[in-house]
Design a protein around this ligand. Structure first.
Ligand SMILES: NC(=O)c1ccc[n+]([C@@H]2O[C@H](COP(=O)([O-])OP(=O)(O)OC[C@H]3O[C@@H](n4cnc5c(N)ncnc54)[C@H](OP(=O)(O)O)[C@@H]3O)[C@@H](O)[C@H]2O)c1
Length: 396
């Protein structure tokens, strides 16, 4: 039998308003929103002001509320809210990938200690039910890799660059005008949002827990004309991928990086703000999840699904964490990449590469296509990140 849920909702923005809508349309979930806590008193709202409160304790100290739904845009404040809620034995649903990625270990311990569920399907790929599938379905040794287009705004920018021939700057401006990218877009374009999502995917696919700085991310913010032209001439696209692949029984390769994809690759069909996740297993081969990675109602539908799961006492068991003590992030493996840099610096960069198959240069810029070891790639990127760009061709 499902449990009756009395919800305290934090946040009434894009996702919060969507949740209010979908919850009222759902006939099967026995849950009511008792209170909503937001930040700004004078903001116009589309429902009566009596629903709103401005002090987090209105929800956290309310004994009747047994489920906290955290949908705010401030990761630090969200962590304080979620932590207190779990300590008080309240179930929690959240969509806050940054908060989860930054504080996973503490959140994991809190769940164990207080024996309360904490679900966050909407935090990775909005409406796509990937976490619960990884947790429940791919619960075996045969998962080999998971790759995803997990950030809608960068995918929008790349789609506009490739399909509509906009420059990177024009595409970014359009994404900002449509509300797909923030005024300071670096969290998205720098691959940081994708990194948070990859951290969560790593936990649910391979049982590996990480701190943000342990997962390497290259974004799309430095992509230039040379690599875009290179891709177009070869009928390729560039997609920002979150990438996790088992290298052997002890190591998992994990990184966020732009990658060339062929027109025959399923990822090339993931356009605009859509997301896609490809799972590869030993016996089932490839499987593909596709859907809206953001937006009010699509994201709220994943939050609603978590609420419904909590009503049936579902919780993540994190079985893979216990089974993966010997599994670590791989630190040394070769990758084939296109590496664009200033033409005057070509000689300095040659030594980073194991092999250079192709070289092109004009007066300003140059690129190598060749193989480089992961540590060298990290090193060159860390030292020169404003002047260079990498696009992955393949992991070797
Ligand atoms: N938007 C999406 O499509 C999407 C998709 C997946 C995941 N998410 C995640 O979902 C969460 C919410 O995103 P959103 O797009 O709905 O954000 P949003 O539209 O900016 O709304 C944020 C809400 O949080 C409230 N808020 C901020 N700080 C607060 C605090 N300290 N205490 C109480 N309320 C506070 C704001 O109050 P006021 O209304 O008073 O300003 C607002 O209602 C974020 O973690 C985001 O990463 C969003």
């Amino acid at each position: 039998m499902s449990k009756k849920l009395t919800i305290g909702l934090f946040g009434y923005g894009v996702v919060g308003t969507g949740l209010y809508d979908v919850l009222h349309k759902s006939k099967t979930v026995d849950a009511t929103i008792k209170k909503i806590v937001v930040k700004h008193k004078d903001k116009p709202r589309n429902i009566s002001s009596e629903h709103f409160h401005y002090d987090k304790n209105e929800i956290l100290q309310d004994e009747e509320i047994n489920l906290v739904v955290e949908l705010i845009d401030d990761a630090d404040a969200a962590f304080e809210i979620v932590k207190t809620a779990l300590e008080k034995g309240k179930a929690v649903v959240s969509a806050n990938k940054k908060m989860i990625a930054e504080h996973f270990e503490e959140l994991y311990e809190l769940q164990k200690k207080h024996q309360v569920p904490f679900l966050y399907e909407a935090a990775v790929c909005g409406s796509i039910p990937i976490i619960r599938n990884l947790e429940e379905y791919y619960n075996n040794d045969f998962l080999q890799s998971i790759q995803g287009i997990v950030n809608g705004s960068t995918n929008y920018i790349l789609t506009k660059t490739f399909q509509d021939n906009l420059s990177y700057e024009e595409a970014l401006k359009e994404a900002q005008e449509k509300g797909y990218a923030e005024s300071n877009p670096i969290l998205d374009t720098g691959g940081f949002d994708a990194r948070s999502k990859l951290q969560i995917l790593l936990t649910h696919s391979f049982g590996i827990t990480t701190k943000p700085e342990e997962v390497f991310n290259v974004g799309i913010q430095n992509l230039g004309d040379l690599e875009i032209k290179y891709a177009k001439e070869k009928n390729l696209q560039i997609k920002l991928l979150a990438y996790a692949q088992k290298r052997n029984e002890e190591e998992v390769i994990a990184l966020v990086i732009p990658k060339f994809v062929k027109s025959t690759d399923t990822f090339s069909t993931v356009s605009d703000v859509f997301n896609g996740v490809k799972v590869q297993t030993a016996f089932a081969d490839k499987q593909f999840f596709y859907g809206r990675g953001a937006g009010s109602l699509p994201t709220a539908s994943a939050v609603l699904s978590d609420i419904s799961a909590i009503a049936y006492d579902y919780r993540y068991e994190y079985k893979k964490i216990a089974n993966s003590e010997n599994l670590k992030l791989a630190q040394d493996f070769p990758l084939k990449v296109l590496f664009r840099h200033k033409a005057k610096d070509s000689q300095n960069f040659e030594n980073y590469f194991e092999e250079i198959e192709e070289f092109y240069g004009n007066r300003e810029d140059a690129y190598f296509v060749g193989s480089i070891r992961f540590q060298q790639l990290k090193d060159v990127f860390t030292k020169h990140q404003d002047e260079v760009s990498f696009v992955l061709i393949d992991i070797l």
